[in-house]
Design a protein around this ligand. Structure first.
Ligand code: SF4
Length: 247
């Protein structure tokens, strides 16, 4: 059986991730707690980059639940149509904006139960909002954190809730506020899903993963841009053109 992390090892693990990025931030763009909530709802099964591309122009005009309700579901769906599952997400964002206006004076509640009662808001979304907008030391377990926690042996668990509870037990208080950002960044850029970059990993001596990679994947060569292929139509036109000799 894999030896469990001690508190001292967990502290060392996070101290090293902290040294790489002392003040990590979410990669989702937002301008206030309301737009953060909307961005996190839109990010379900989508990349932060893809969400930012759609929300950048949207959040220049729409930053409050009132403005979102005035915009309406149809126009919102049009604005976010590049994001997966956009129709359902547009419906949820309009519905949650109405509830914020009717029940919370247009403000984002600082309370897990009230957040999770909003359409499209699950435990992970509530944890992100509580952490990023209100500075609570919550840990939102996404696919990266789930993988890193299990693979390293830091906080193994069968499902996201089990991993969240295991992390709550093992992460020292001093690192709790930023723990989920450090784990996400580590999973996104180093402990990646298919071939983790173990040779350059700062926690490799602490990590319990048995199949650590020994080499970094080869860099993709930069190929020169191929010359534009002539279209079939142009080629056909050229073939049909009578030659000077025949004319
Ligand atoms: S050593 Fe490899 S498997 Fe372990 S945390 Fe680092 S990148 Fe991930």
């Amino acid at each position: 059986m894999t030896r469990r992390f001690t508190k001292a090892e967990a502290a060392e693990f996070f101290a090293r991730l902290q040294a790489l990025d002392p003040a990590p931030r979410t990669e989702l763009q937002y301008v206030n707690p309301y737009t953060l909530l909307v961005a996190v709802v839109l990010s379900a099964q989508a990349t932060d980059k893809g969400v930012n591309k759609a929300t950048q122009p949207l959040f220049q005009k729409i930053t409050t639940p009132e403005a979102m309700v005035a915009l309406g579901e149809e126009k919102l769906a049009e604005a976010i149509k590049t994001i997966g599952l956009y129709k359902g997400k547009a419906k949820n964002v309009i519905a949650l904006s109405k509830i914020l206006l009717e029940q919370h004076g247009g403000k984002i509640p600082e309370d897990r139960e009230a957040l999770q009662a909003l359409p499209g808001v699950g435990r992970k979304t509530a944890n992100v909002v509580l952490n990023v907008a209100f500075g609570e030391p919550t840990i939102a377990v996404d696919t990266h954190i789930f993988r890193v926690s299990n693979r390293t042996g830091l906080a193994p668990g069968k499902d996201v809730l089990a991993v969240e509870l295991a992390l709550e037990k093992i992460v020292p208080d001093a690192y709790r506020l930023h723990a989920h950002h450090w784990l996400i960044l580590h999973g996104r850029y180093t402990c990646v899903a298919r071939k983790p970059l173990c040779p350059t990993c700062v926690v490799r001596d602490l990590c319990r993963f048995k199949d650590k990679t020994k080499e970094l994947p080869p860099q993709k060569p930069k190929l020169a841009k191929p010359a534009k292929a002539k279209s079939a139509k142009a080629k056909t036109a050229k073939l049909r053109k009578p030659s000077a000799a025949r004319a």
